[in-house]
Design a protein around this ligand. Structure first.
Ligand code: SF4
Length: 463
């Protein structure tokens, strides 16, 4: 199929009837609206206050609960609680749960909503997952008046749910100071300054971490969420890990064990096996000194755990010993970060895998006891300059070794080298985060992978 990315340029879209409506560059907005916040506002000064944390609903074409909890917000709430503040939580996703899924996850209420102008011709439905503004406002009205409201954010292109949340919060509690934090705020602070929040988090909040997140603020959570390390020492050119967590730090094993112990004490008691998701970007690094002792401690202390790694494991770290350790400790479905087997994708991925490494890893995992369907392997699709033939080769290669390819659609994330490259062709990315959406970027923004081809890749991966 050749390199479709290079064949795609602005003139060709203008002449075709591609559905994305590229926005006009907005007038520069007043910079005084942007009030940077690094965390010290809360950590140094706040005592005996009432503080509400809110996880907003998600506006997107699709959303699934991949053991998704607002971990950063839960850490901050736990810290503030330890400083004699009264803390409350509204998780707009969890509070709209409708149906139990496997491994403690939930299906969440979704409601078709109007597409933003940018997406107006995309031939897909657009939804709000989670509480509607009316439902959120009714929930807010049940709570005592907060002094501070902390609104978190995740994907840059989910800002619609964030803005909606801030509007509702400001309506019900006009005197509360609203602080917007999380990945969107840190990656797009200028854009986030239009949210209506009083402060925008502009720096990583990693000066401290309490012993565990405030998971007990959920009513019977179905799973726990743990980070045994913060950040990642590698430098993949499409990843914002370094921007969000500049320093790679690993927690002592005993701290992680106490964190898990606390979380298990509040998880739903409807099951004898509990689910824990690890959010680490680099769980297996320094495995002999840290990961193996952690596994031994988990097996000793908590023999009935089912463990999940939604963020993907570094393939090159998995040898026979590691594979066996993962299996014995109870890591269930593994997500392996291969990304692609061609030199270009490997180069962008900081050479973290290597074709030979993957083959070895698959053998080791199967020998350890993993069946094919438990070995999901991420293949990254839609990178600027990526060759479509290479994508097919990567899919087929994973299948030939008995793996389950999982297509990950590329999203240009501000602060990464790939974003800077994409920006040269599409300057609108700088001021319209909706264009970062991985569902639309490759098929309809860069048009490097036309929709039918993307579907073909997915079908081929699933066949
Ligand atoms: S290895 Fe993973 S977390 Fe680390 S920089 Fe690469 S993509 Fe990001």
């Amino acid at each position: 199929m050749g390199n479709a990315a290079n064949a795609c340029h602005r003139t060709s879209w203008a002449e075709s009837s591609l559905p994305v409506s590229f926005p006009q560059k907005p007038k520069p907005h007043m910079t005084e609206v942007l009030k940077p916040w690094s965390g010290t506002v809360l950590t140094n000064n706040v005592r005996s206050k009432t503080i509400l944390g809110i996880n907003p609903p998600v506006h997107d074409f699709a959303w699934f609960d991949l053991w998704s909890k607002p971990l950063g917000l839960l850490y901050i709430l736990e810290f503030l609680r330890s400083m004699d503040n009264d803390v409350y939580l509204i998780d707009s996703l969890y509070e709209a749960r409708t149906e139990a899924l496997s491994f403690g996850r939930w299906k969440v209420k979704k409601e078709k909503i109007c597409k933003p102008e940018v997406y107006r011709n995309i031939p897909r439905h657009y939804y709000r997952f989670g509480l509607s503004p009316q439902e959120l406002e009714a929930r807010l009205a049940e709570l005592p008046k907060p002094d501070y409201i902390l609104v978190t954010s995740a994907m840059t292109y989910w800002y619609g749910g964030v803005f909606e949340t801030i509007e509702s919060a400001g309506k019900v509690f006009p005197e509360a100071k609203i602080i917007l934090g999380g990945a969107y705020a840190m990656l797009c602070p200028e854009h986030a300054s239009k949210s209506g929040a009083d402060y925008i988090q502009t720096e990583p909040f990693d000066k401290f971490f309490p012993a565990h997140p405030a998971i007990d603020m959920y009513e019977k959570p179905g799973y726990g969420v743990v980070m045994t390390s913060y950040g990642c020492p590698m430098s993949c050119q499409y990843c914002a890990s370094k921007k969000l967590f500049p320093d790679f730090r690993q927690r002592p094993v005993e701290d992680v064990i106490e964190d898990i112990r606390f979380q298990l004490s509040v998880l739903s008691t409807n099951t004898t096996w509990h689910n824990i998701a690890f959010y680490d970007d680099a769980l297996l690094l320094n495995k002999s000194d840290r990961f193996y002792p952690l596994c031994e401690a988990i097996m000793r202390e908590f023999p009935r755990l089912t463990l999940h790694t939604p963020n993907g494991l570094h393939v090159s770290q998995i040898d026979e010993e590691c594979a066996e350790m993962l299996f014995r400790t109870g890591f269930h479905t593994l997500r392996l970060s291969l990304e692609g087997v061609d030199d270009y994708t490997e180069y962008l991925s900081d050479d973290k895998t290597g074709k030979s490494g993957y083959e070895h890893t698959m053998k080791a995992l199967k020998n350890a006891g993993y069946s094919d369907e438990r070995l999901e392997t991420y293949i990254l699709v839609g990178l600027p300059g990526q060759n479509t033939d290479d994508i097919l080769r990567s899919i087929d290669y994973v299948k030939s070794l008995g793996g389950k390819p999982k297509i990950t659609e590329f999203s240009p994330i501000p602060g990464t080298k790939m974003f800077e490259l994409a920006l040269k062709y599409f300057p609108e990315l700088a001021y319209e985060p909706l264009l970062h959406n991985n569902t639309i970027y490759a098929p309809w923004v860069s048009c490097s992978i036309p929709p039918k081809m993307m579907q073909y890749f997915k079908d081929r991966a699933n066949y």
